[in-house]
Ligand binder design. Structure first.
Ligand code: UDP
Length: 380
């Protein structure tokens, strides 16, 4: 008999959710992570009393009561609402695209005026059925907004032209004909008070975990420890890149402590031109309204510039590249994964999917409930 029922590779949200469910079902669980901390990319750490999102800004938002109730078991959420500002060559615009954006761009004051301009620009571009991100963007908000607020940012973010990217990426952003700067269309939104690391620590309470532990370097040894494996690392790395490497986008964060209480007046400012080398600057203290744990103003500030880069072996993968070529390669890896009887592949990297946090948690809950019902069969 193996020492553990489940070996969970990766202590991010997918792994922590699965681990919690399995442990609550009285399974013997071991979680390992090659990093020296838990939390995966939602990891936060305190710098100068500011909770810093080390791997990029994470704002929890969901329409699912189930996901919201689940995370609230492990953390108290604040009422942070994401409303980034776009900076195009010194002109500031409200995001997501809404009446404030349209007013600044065209001077219009009513929804009908804004809609008429967008419709005219869409007609002039001759778009009926948008196929690419470019066509989808122009069809939603017209050419002016596409040129100033989408084109440069997207090219920097993905390292690809907008006509080579799928339309769904831009559909993540709401377009509103109201004066509402809330970036998300979600019933529930917020950030765990004190950061995500404490939340994940609560999820893993009472569960054994080992850090700085690389599964792929000692795969056979780890496999022998447990009956089943939940793998949340990159799917292509699991198979030793035997079909070739999937592409990912990576981000380099340049984080600085500044001796000023307020650098940019907002948590996120996106630089949407193509010349500025970074995509956005995050000023972390505004995720918690500029206050420390005791509710006092924090005298300094911490900012992170985000530089988007193509992934290569040795750097962190963040975003799967959802183009046709990579989708096809992923489907071939998926076919291999389906044949790995006792391994579940989950999460952004394990499923090569542009998942939001709530969707990751829901996917892990569903998979765990199937597995724990004894439904674990060779084919998923
Ligand atoms: N986007 C844009 N301009 C912006 C912000 C976003 O064109 O100022 C586009 C860009 O293509 C990006 C997509 O919208 O990849 C999704 O943005 P989101 O903020 O959801 O990305 P994430 O926070 O996951 O990096």
């Amino acid at each position: 008999m193996s020492e553990y029922d489940y070996l969970i590779v990766g202590a991010g949200l997918y792994g922590a959710t699965f681990a919690r469910q399995a442990a609550d079902a009285k399974k013997r669980v071991l979680v390992i992570d090659k990093r020296d901390h838990i939390g995966g990319n939602v990891y936060t750490e305190s710098i100068e009393n500011v909770v810093v999102h080390r791997y990029g800004a994470h704002i929890f938002h969901t329409n699912s009561e189930r996901a919201w109730n689940y995370v609230n078991r492990f953390a108290t959420f604040n009422r942070f609402t994401n409303s980034p500002v776009a900076n195009y060559k010194g002109e500031l615009y409200s995001l997501p695209f809404n009446m404030y954006t349209f007013n600044k761009m065209w001077g219009v004051t009513t929804p009908d005026e804004a809609k008429a301009i967008i419709e005219k620009q869409r007609d002039e571009a001759g778009i009926t059925e948008p196929k690419s991100l470019e066509e989808q963007a122009i069809s939603l908000v017209g050419t002016d907004i596409y040129e100033k607020l989408i084109k440069g940012y997207t090219m920097k973010q993905w390292g690809r032209e907008c006509d080579k990217l799928p339309a769904f990426i831009i559909k993540r952003l709401p377009v509103r004909f109201t004066f509402d700067n809330n970036y998300f269309n979600a019933l529930y939104q917020g950030i765990p008070v004190g950061g995500y690391t404490d939340m994940v620590a609560n999820m893993l309470k009472g569960i054994e975990y080992r850090l700085s532990t690389d599964y792929l370097a000692n795969k056979e040894e780890f496999e022998s420890l447990a009956d089943r494996v939940v793998y949340t690392g990159p799917i292509d790395a699991y198979f030793n890149y035997e079909l070739g490497a999937l592409k990912y986008r990576s981000i380099r964060f340049d984080t600085e402590v500044l001796d000023t209480p307020n650098y940019q007046g907002n948590a996120a400012v996106n630089y949407t031109d193509s010349e500025t080398p970074y995509t956005r600057i995050i000023e972390h203290k505004w995720f918690e309204f500029g206050k420390d744990r005791n509710g006092d103003d924090i005298p300094k500030t911490v900012i992170s510039r985000e530089y988007s880069e193509e992934w290569e072996v040795g750097v962190e993968p963040y975003y799967p590249v959802n183009d046709d070529e990579n989708a096809e390669l992923y489907s071939r890896y998926k076919a291999l994964a389906d044949k790995e009887g006792n391994v579940i592949f989950g999460g952004r990297l394990g499923e090569y999917k542009y998942y939001d946090m709530d969707a990751v948690i829901l996917a892990a809950l569903d998979k765990a409930s199937m597995a724990l019902k004894g439904d674990f069969v060779v084919k998923w």
